[in-house]
Design a protein. Structure first.
Ligand code: PGA
Length: 252
């Protein structure tokens, strides 16, 4: 089953106006010329949305957010809302990243609420799931990841499934230089896919893209992407280096 491929950059709390320009410049022409068989999405920090939109205008590259609040509006100083993303025509948003879960106490319930809000407003949630090193060593990595996924996707409506993107990001691999082996990632993606089949009809489950994230870089992208269950990459550190990021897009 051919699924859509994605290369998604997660700049985290990094970047500058200069990076907005150099990244856009580097990607624009190449991506136009080569028509890569993947959707490229840049999840930049909120203050750069407008500049990045301008810099990417007319290109095939899309913009994503890294976070929304679980309410639509209100007295939540410093937060941003799904309605703002909609207003700005931002079509993707990361949810449940392990850094949000650990540093900002984002719970499975919040991930569920945010996922619902995003799909209701026609924004693609990029739902991050992944186990810690302790959970892997204790042999509970599969059930941990499945539980996170099931909680995020419970009660999702039939028509909203095509908006969903999953990202398997083992916490021990994020920013550590320790990538899951392509085999480890492929194996977990198969477990996730199997569980998707328990949640919805096979023709829907088979279409949900499952990306890998965690120390993916220019050197390992090709091998990771060669695995049948890996439908793309969610990239942190290496997404801040325009040439390396471009090479990962070209590796699809
Ligand atoms: P990394 O981050 O590529 O720097 O490991 C991935 C992520 O957190 O999405």
């Amino acid at each position: 089953m051919a699924r859509r491929k994605f290369i998604i950059a997660n700049w985290k709390m990094n970047g500058s106006l200069e990076l907005v320009q150099t990244m856009s410049q580097t990607l624009r022409d190449k991506i136009k010329l080569n028509h890569p068989p993947c959707q490229v999405v840049l999840c930049c920090p909120d203050p750069y949305f407008s500049e990045l939109q301008k810099a990417l205008q007319g290109s095939l590259i899309q913009i994503g957010a890294q976070h929304i609040h679980h309410k639509e509006s209100g007295a939540f100083t410093g937060e941003i809302s799904v309605l703002m993303l909609k207003d700005l025509k931002i079509p993707y948003c990361i949810v449940g990243h392990s850094e949000r879960r650990s540093h900002f106490a984002e719970t499975d319930d919040m991930v569920h609420t945010k996922t619902q809000l995003l799909v209701q407003h026609d924004i693609h949630p990029v739902i991050c799931i992944g186990e810690t090193l302790e959970q892997r060593q204790a042999g509970i990595h599969e059930e941990t990841v499945i539980m996170q996924m099931v909680k995020a996707l419970q009660k999702i409506q039939h028509q909203d499934w095509p908006k969903v993107i999953l990202a398997y990001e083992p916490v021990w691999a994020i920013g550590t230089g320790k990538t899951a082996t392509p085999e480890q990632a492929n194996e977990m993606h198969s477990v996730i896919r199997k569980q998707l089949h328990n949640l919805t009809a096979p023709e829907i489950a088979d279409k949900v893209p499952i990306l890998y994230g965690g120390s993916a870089n220019g050197a390992n992208a090709k091998e990771l992407l060669s695995k049948p269950e890996i439908d793309g990459l969610l990239i942190g550190g290496a997404s801040l280096k325009p040439q390396e990021f471009l090479s990962m897009v070209m590796a699809v």
